[in-house]
Design a binder for this molecule. Sequence first.
Ligand SMILES: NC(=O)c1ccc[n+]([C@@H]2O[C@H](COP(=O)([O-])OP(=O)(O)OC[C@H]3O[C@@H](n4cnc5c(N)ncnc54)[C@H](O)[C@@H]3O)[C@@H](O)[C@H]2O)c1
Length: 441
Amino acid sequence: MNISVIGTGYVGLVTGACFAEMGNSVTCVDIDAKKVENLKEGIIPIYEPGLEKIVLQNHENQTLNFTIDIKKALQNSNICFIAVGTPMGEDGSADLQYVLAVAKSIGENMTHHMYIIDKSTVPVGTADRVKEMVQKTLDIRDSQLTFDVISNPEFLKEGVAVADFMKPDRVVIGADNERAFDVMRELYAPFTHSHERLVTMDIRSAEMTKYAANAMLATKISFMNEIANICERVGADVNQVRHGIGSDSRIGYSFIYPGCGYGGSCFPKDVQALAKTAKDFGYEPKILDAVEIVNYAQKRIISDKVIKKFGEDLNGKTFAIWGLAFKPETDDMREASSITIINELTKRGAKIKAYDPKAENEAKEHYLKGNNNVLYVCSKYDALSDADAMILVTEWKEFRSPDFDEMKKRLKNAIIFDGRNQYNRKRLCESGFEYFEIGVK
Ligand SMILES: NC(=O)c1ccc[n+]([C@@H]2O[C@H](COP(=O)([O-])OP(=O)(O)OC[C@H]3O[C@@H](n4cnc5c(N)ncnc54)[C@H](O)[C@@H]3O)[C@@H](O)[C@H]2O)c1
């Protein structure tokens, strides 16, 4: 099939590459000319395991192409994915300016019937707005062309995005006619051939499903963080509590790990966008608001512990940070807890020595740009030299079982603040470390 994907970010590039890998002919479009030029030269803008290989291979085979020319891309395809960003607007709602700009471009440039598929995470009712925009633009052209708008929200997880796309748990399709469902069945058949994974529904329900999924996962995280904070005050150990509740099959072990808050490009903005939608429709979303309030405080829990230990004035103190990305196996730092922790410490005079296996450039060029109190180092052990304490923020595999003797040798004080509850308290205390984790007194 001939496909165009508009927006070549995390979702667009993975979508384009995976469809190309299954034998389709795909053109990825972006307005960022530099990104497109780089991709043509084989420079991949993001770190995502397995992505580079399939992008390079399919580009070489000419089944995956990159362009800034949407007109050319639409001429050669009859299926068009919208995969541009939907960042948080000032009032918490999803900012739809990029999605609607693409809808307008499609209306201006399409030359035959198109299946227009919303893959971006968009509030309920957006497909109707996309439809209106395309139709309005066609009317201006005095064109009789027809089109279908379909909702196909994306559930991939950064860090395992290619694997998720290739073997999805489910593919949610919202459409209003059988022909549209049939096209989507054909498109996804190679990814779902071992068993049926397509979940078909009406368009508004598909749009809502994405928000409900992310809100549910964020709720589990904030719920467990709240339990951790109570544990800490009453003298219980959240690590033991986690095992105790996770063994209940109705609860399960996933997403109940306590930590220093969730970040990323999805949960923070999607929880707030859903809350805003609810309010716009006259409903007060008490749980969603609480999920966000708990997470805001949770991102400050490690800096609060550091301040409690070292005092409000951190001039002359240096802290080693292990991990900048919002989670392991990605270089994405959007809404990462590391940003809050580092800013809270440096504004009190502290210096930071930071190490992350992949996210250093993102930090330097965007999220911590201009913060001259941060020094980036090339290894986790280099970060520790002469630091007053180590702070673990992102649970990369290489941080799971470090050489604690080496750490002790390098650190000025054998102190660890663990934002992801990675280590064994007993072992660390026996080796002479002072160990602070979440949800344990
Ligand atoms: N990142 C994730 O893990 C993830 C997972 C599921 C869903 N989503 C959703 O998918 C959507 C995209 O997210 P992302 O993380 O890929 O965003 P991103 O910011 O990484 O990429 C968006 C891309 O769209 C491009 N763009 C903007 N306007 C354009 C236009 N008019 N024409 C062509 N290109 C344009 C940008 O230059 C950018 O490269 C969002 O709605 C997001 O919520 C993201």
